[in-house]
Design a protein around this ligand. Sequence first.
Ligand code: SF4
Length: 403
Amino acid sequence: MPPDAQGIPLPQAAAERVSLSAALAQGGGNFRGAYVHVPFCRHKCHYCDFYSFVDGDGRADAYVDRALAEMAAWKPLVNGSLRTLFVGGGTPTMLAPAQLGRLLGGLRTSFNWDEGAEWTVEANPETVTPEIAATLRAAGVTRVSMGAQSFQPRLLQALERHHDPASVVRAVRHLREAGIEQVNVDLIYAVPGGTIEEWNDDLRQALALQPDHVSCYGLMYESNTPLGQRHAKGQVASAPEELEVAMHHAACEALGAAGFEHYEISNWSLPGKRCRHNELYWRNEDWLTVGPSASGHASGLRWRNVPRLGDWLAEGPWAPVQDVERLNDDGQVGEAFMMGLRLIAGMPHDRVERLLARGTKGTVRRLAIARHTESGLLEHTPNALRLSQQGRLLASEVAIDLL
Ligand code: SF4
C-alpha cells in the first residue's frame, strides 16, 4: 500500500511518555473511527515500510481470533457510534473469505455504527476474487481501496509488484458486480525510469475504470526498506525533481478535467466521495486501533501497537503498545497544523487564530507563517490559510516550522 495518514511521524519533542492503559483510564477519547491492521502480504515489496510480511506459519486464524478479543476489550470504552472503519495493511484481502467475514462480522457486532457509516477495506488486485468481493459486500463494506500503483508492466516490476495491469481491471469488475459502492484506485508516480507519457497513460487507465476516488503518491525512499537502502548507496536514482513536479501537475490536470475534486495533497474524489476515514485523521479526531502496528489517537494521546505479530498474539486482550505519548498543548497545536494544512481548502482563519493562541510557540509560529507566505508556500484566501500549489510539494518543510 502507498503511504497514508498512518505513516505520519509524531511530533516527538512535545510529547510526555505515559502508558496507554493509564492514559485511557484518565478519560479516553471521543472515538469516531476504527483502524484495523492486517499484516499479511503475498510478497514484500521492496519500497514498503508498512508492517507486513509473508506468513509462512499459517497464523491468519489466530490473527482473527486475537483481533476479535481486542475489539471486545475496546467495546466498553467506546461511547456512542463510530462513523468510519478502515481495514488496511498489509493486504486484508489475503485473508480467506471465511476469515475476512469473521473479522468484519466481529467489527459489526462489537461497536455501534452510524447509519451510513463508511467501511473501507484495502485490497491488492490479484487477491480480489468474486468470493472475496461478495464477502466484503455481505459484511457491509462500502468502499474498497485498490493498490493498482501503475499500469505499466515494467514499472510494476521496478516496484516489485507481482500483479499485472489486467488484474486491476478484473478486480474492479468483481467489486462492482458484487455491489461495492465506491472504489478508490491508488497510483504511485516518480518511479525510477518512469516517463511523463507513462504517467499520463496510468492516469488515463485509472480513469477508464470509473473510480470514485484516486490517490496519487510520489514514491518514497524510506531508510528501513531495501529500496531506500539502495537509494542511499547511490544504486538507485530518484526521478528528477522537475519530472516529479510535472507528474503531480499532470494528475491535477487529468483528474480535474474528469470532474474529480482535489481535496488533499495526494487525494482526489468525485463530489461527495471523499474518504471520510482519512478526513478524520486530517481533522485530528479520535480513532481506536486493532492489530499489530496500528496507530491510534485519543484527545492528544497517540500510540502504536507493537509491530510484531508474535508479540501481539502472545498478549491480550489489549495490544502491547509502544510509542505511547500524550501531546502537550504545543504538541497538539503542531499536529493540528501538520494535518490540517494537507487539506487543499486549508484551515479556517478563526481556527488558525485559536491554535496560535495556545501553547508557548504562538509568536514563533506566526513568524513562520509570515515567512512562508512571503516565500509563496502559504497563501491566505478570504476564509482560510492554505498551502499554495508550490507549497503542496513542500508541505513537510512548512509543517516542520509549525510543529
Ligand atoms: S502489497 Fe502493499 S502492504 Fe504489502 S508489501 Fe506491497 S506495498 Fe507493502
